[in-house]
Design a protein around this ligand. Structure first.
Ligand code: NAD
Length: 270
């Protein structure tokens, strides 16, 4: 099979749903052999989808914020497929709490940072040498537009994603001369397991047109659209892209907040 990841071996965390599942299907369709990790058994369904389409995927259930599990994921790629070229550190949680900013506890902050930020650090730490030994490749981490500024999620979530943006900058520098690139993809509002209640609620209320109204495409994203950006960063097409944060948000982050002027057909009516 020829494709943009032909002959490559890729590990993906958070592969049981949403962006991780869409990326698994896309990476496999582009020729990658996969090792997939999720904390739930849904990752087995993802692997079955990949295999049904003629791809190769082995699965692990585990915790993307635990060092032994990330180390085991890399070891599994080497054991099952003979190496590693791509690590997509994608697993994440929002850490929503009842109430607001002042109601979050240190435990909530610690758990969000553990999975969303320490997880990608562990992915870099354990994947980098395996990728170097396999002849080079890429690490992609899922951050968020929430990491650029306030207002797109709870404070602990935003802080964790801001940390991921900084992490890929530092990691790219730390890996100078190794042939390992490190970048972040920054989704805007995307329809996945994480946001399904929001999308379902808006549809049930007949307000689907409100979803994504703050970005100039006036819609939410689909997981496959984020997967395409992750594929680009993972592939040789991004061979000179390193230490960067690529927003895939319909243009949301291109502007400060502004109201649509009277007469604008997209101005909300109520
Ligand atoms: N959906 C959005 O609007 C949006 C926007 C910006 C960023 N993101 C980020 O995209 C990434 C993927 O999320 P999604 O939107 O596809 O949501 P999702 O809930 O559909 O998928 C997340 C997957 O990660 C898994 N996961 C969670 N914690 C884990 C852990 N500790 N170990 C292993 N697996 C774990 C879940 O079981 C789930 O399968 C996350 O990092 C999220 O923060 C999502």
């Amino acid at each position: 099979m020829s494709g943009r990841l032909s002959g490559k071996i890729a590990a993906i965390t958070g592969a049981g749903s949403g962006i991780g599942r869409a990326s698994a299907k896309l990476f496999a369709s582009e020729g990658a052999k996969l090792v997939l990790l999720d904390k739930t058994d849904a990752v087995k369904e993802t692997a079955a989808m990949v295999e049904a389409d003629g791809g190769h995927a082995v699965v692990m259930t585990g915790d993307a914020g635990e060092e032994q599990d990330i180390s085991a994921l890399v070891a599994k790629a080497i054991e099952m497929h003979g190496g590693l070229h791509v690590m997509f550190a994608n697993a994440g949680i929002t850490g929503n709490v009842r109430g607001g900013f002042f109601d979050a506890t240190p435990d909530v902050w610690a758990e969000v940072l553990r999975i969303n930020l320490i997880g990608p650090f562990l992915a870099v730490k354990h994947a980098a040498s395996a990728i170097k030994d396999s002849g080079g490749g890429a690490i992609v981490c899922t951050a968020s537009v929430a990491g650029l500024r306030s207002g797109a999620g709870p404070a602990q979530y935003s802080a964790s994603k801001a940390g991921v943006i900084n992490l890929v900058q530092t990691a790219a520098q730390q890996l100078a001369g190794t042939g390992v690139r490190v970048n972040a993809v920054l989704p805007g509002l995307t329809e996945t397991g994480m946001t399904q209640p929001l999308f379902d609620g808006a549809r049930a209320a007949g307000k689907e047109d409100r979803i994504g109204q703050l970005n100039p495409l006036l819609r939410g994203g689909q997981p496959g659209e984020i997967a395409q950006a992750a594929l680009f960063l993972a592939s040789e097409e991004a061979s000179y892209v390193n230490g960067q944060a690529l927003a895939v948000d319909g243009g949301l982050s291109s502007s400060h907040p502004t109201s649509r002027p009277p007469g604008d057909p997209n101005r909300p009516t109520s």
